[in-house]
Design a protein around this ligand. Structure first.
Ligand SMILES: *Cc1c(COP(=O)(O)O)cnc(C)c1O
Length: 400
């Protein structure tokens, strides 16, 4: 039961405008209820043989079934993890280590999420050679560039389906075809794709794929890894039989139960929500571009998911803008959550050709299921006001 304080708290939060869905989403009440059930009633350890265990197991297997249907996989090709980061780690490390004797070259991109980027840096220390593909200003990887990067030692490619900072959609189908022709295994981080795009791992012929629960309105701390049957894999983890040893350790049952419900609702509402969100994103974009001159759109205007809008407001410091907006009740981001607090300009924005200065003057607005049309105009007005203020404070004159 909610007490008075909790209700008051929710009331105040209602006055805020949340535009950071790419960082995390609110949990759907239906998903929270499912999570609550496995905490309060069906709390058994899913590895136990007794009835409590069996009941917990039923939730886990239901979610596995739902996810299998959602992405066109077989249930036995899915492994629950602690989230997108862990799935990325397992995929890249597990496949690279299993294929070490065949070759030591891995291809990734310069705009990957830090989960893939940093695991590649660790592999470099282990003696693997990594190619970080350059990405043009569109934010879309060129298949010819990928093709040219392939060597006879190449064993694995890891390229994200949708970028989390600029929302661009990568030509995964073409890239996988090129990889297959050279017998290279292919992993994709589909964390930001899952909320918006229909994914079919069999049609894509992908070997490994990452999803995360908290980007689709389920609890944090849960994700899944798809591993195609027969994919060479040597788990870096040890210690138990869970998830067929790919990811040992007692499962995050509240997360997994909530994830299942969220997947069910995603399949029901995805197309409808995508249309609505895309419309609102376009409104926000048009309004901001009209109100604020010297504004640049980051990424590609066509090949992008509906929820993400990344803009550079020249000569207006992004972090100051973010803080002003937060005080006004508007939540957005300067890029990836992991970069928050760090003074470094976004690695993704500099990779697509923005100067460090421009990258620092950039804001990501990410919309979602609960974004309201009335919020768009408020955000646009407030952003416009503070960009002008910051610009006049920094005393830059625009000599056009
Ligand atoms: C959020 C995100 C992750 C990390 O997922 P967690 O579940 O938060 O660990 C990985 N990749 C992308 C593209 C993301 O947006």
């Amino acid at each position: 039961m909610l007490n008075q304080n909790a209700l008051k708290e929710m009331e105040t939060r209602k006055n805020r405008i949340y535009l950071d869905y790419a960082a995390s989403t609110p949990v759907l009440p239906e998903a929270a209820k499912e999570a609550q059930l496995v905490m309060l009633s069906d709390f058994g350890n899913p590895s136990s043989l007794h009835q409590e265990g069996q009941r917990a197991r039923a939730y886990r297997e239901k979610t596995r079934q739902l996810l299998a249907q959602a992405i066109g996989a077989n249930p036995d090709e899915l492994f629950f993890t602690s989230g997108g980061t862990e799935s990325d780690h397992l995929a890249v490390l597990g496949i690279a280590h299993a294929l070490k004797s065949r070759g030591n070259h891995i291809i990734t991109s310069s705009i990957e999420h830090s989960a893939v980027f940093e695991i590649c840096q660790i592999l470099e220390e282990e003696g693997f050679q990594i190619t970080y593909l350059p990405v043009p200003s569109t934010g879309i990887i060129e298949p010819e560039v990928f093709q040219k990067a392939i060597k006879k030692e190449t064993i694995l490619a890891s390229i994200m389906m949708v970028n989390n900072e600029i929302g661009t959609i990568q030509p995964i189908q073409e890239l996988v075809q090129i990889a297959k022709n050279r017998s290279i295994y292919f992993h994709t981080d589909a964390v930001q794709a899952f909320p918006y795009l229909a994914i079919n791992v069999k049609e894509l012929q992908i070997d490994a794929l990452t999803v995360s629960a908290h980007k689709i309105y389920a609890p944090k701390g849960t994700g899944a890894l798809y591993l195609k049957r027969g994919t060479p894999f040597k788990s870096p983890a040890a210690g138990g039989e869970q998830e067929r040893k790919v990811r040992p350790g007692t499962e995050n049952m509240p997360g997994i139960a909530g994830f299942g419900k969220a997947i069910e609702l995603l399949m029901r509402d995805r197309d409808k929500d995508a249309q609505k969100i895309s419309h609102l994103r376009n409104q926000l974009e048009d309004s901001l571009l009209k109100k604020i001159d010297h504004t640049l759109l980051n990424g590609d205007i066509k090949k992008r998911v509906p929820g993400i809008l990344n803009l550079t407001f020249q000569h207006a410091d992004g972090e100051s803008l973010l803080i002003h907006l937060d005080l006004e009740g508007i939540s957005c981001s300067t890029g990836s959550a992991c970069a928050a607090g760090a003074p470094d300009p976004s690695r993704v924005l500099t990779a697509i050709g923005r100067t460090p200065e421009e990258a620092k003057n950039s804001i990501r607005f990410s919309l979602g299921k609960f974004t309201h049309p009335e919020e768009i105009e408020v955000v646009s007005k407030t952003v416009s006001l503070f960009v002008q203020k910051l610009r006049s404070a920094s005393a830059v004159s625009f000599s056009a």
